[in-house]
Design a protein around this ligand. Structure first.
Ligand code: NDP
Length: 247
């Protein structure tokens, strides 16, 4: 348990499953007020209904729509009057070789993985500048450091997000607004369902469930909780977390 998380107001996107859901549950268990968004409202409601001892608000949110992300932030402001942190976590990974020309998937990855993060930053930055405090966390990936065949566009989005977050850190370091990049390796979640090649997706899913080959979403939630728990004089710029056996 971390003392400094209690009563913080924390917004999480992509919170209907996987890393976002685990983080919402973890931060709520630490006593935070959590506001969760994703497209599947029924999944968000189930999370809110099952959490006891902390307030969890939810709203259907598509991170590619700036007005929906702003509305999620407004939900937090209307109820709590401030936003201490946002975790920009929504993302998809429909991997395929470039030669397959999956143009629609390329566009979706740019829209969700990059613009979704920028929409989150844009929705909270004016508020955090006014508050003179805030913490912006974003799920990146080991794929933001290393390029894998079949994942060129996905890796491109994660390289871009790391650049954006590092730029944010540099620009806002004197505004008391902290930035943290969370970069997981293979994690056992529903992410592999977005891969068109079902056989490859299933292989990844099975590998992700082997301890030491894949991490659990709770492992990543631990890292987010640590970053959020640090005092505002400490900037945890990046947490890179691999399962032990990952190259
Ligand atoms: P999940 O598929 O379980 O979670 C993805 C989340 O993103 C879901 O809640 C989904 O909710 C949400 N999402 C997708 N599109 C949108 C959208 N347009 N608007 C709002 N929410 C959206 O996978 P993970 O938990 O693994 O993924 C979370 C993040 O972790 C992603 O950014 C991913 O790239 C990153 N990551 C994952 C790794 C892994 O191995 N699993 C490794 C490294 C990074 P809904 O469909 O309801 O909108």
């Amino acid at each position: 348990m971390y003392d400094r998380i209690k009563d913080k107001v924390i917004i999480i996107t992509g919170a209907s499953s996987g890393i976002g859901e685990a983080t919402a549950r973890r931060l709520a268990a630490e006593g935070a007020n959590v506001v969760v968004g994703a497209r599947r409202e029924d999944r968000l409601k189930a999370i809110a209904d099952s959490v006891t001892g902390a307030e969890v608000l939810f709203q259907a949110t598509d991170v590619t729509k700036p007005e929906q992300v702003e509305s999620l932030v407004k939900l937090a402001m209307d109820r709590f009057g401030r936003v201490d942190a946002i975790f920009n976590n929504a993302g998809i990974m429909p991997t395929a070789n470039l030669s397959e020309l999956h143009r629609d998937e390329w566009q979706q990855m740019l829209d969700i993985n990059i613009m979704g993060v920028l929409n989150g930053i844009a929705a909270v930055l004016p508020i955090m500048k006014e508050q003179k405090s805030g913490h912006i966390l974003t799920t990146d990936s080991v794929a933001g450091h290393v390029v894998y065949p079949g994942s060129a566009v996905y890796c491109g989005t994660k390289f871009a997000v790391r650049a954006i977050m590092e730029g944010l850190r540099q620009e806002e370091r004197e505004s008391n607004i902290r930035s943290t990049i969370i970069s997981p390796g293979l994690v056992s979640t529903e992410l592999y369902q977005t891969i068109a090649d079902k056989e490859f997706g299933e292989q990844l899913r099975q590998a992700s469930e082997i301890p030491g080959v894949g991490l659990s979403a709770d492992d990543i939630a631990d890292a987010v909780a640590y970053a959020v728990s640090t005092p505002d004089t400490v900037a945890v710029s990046e947490v890179l977390i691999r399962p032990t056996q990952q190259v």
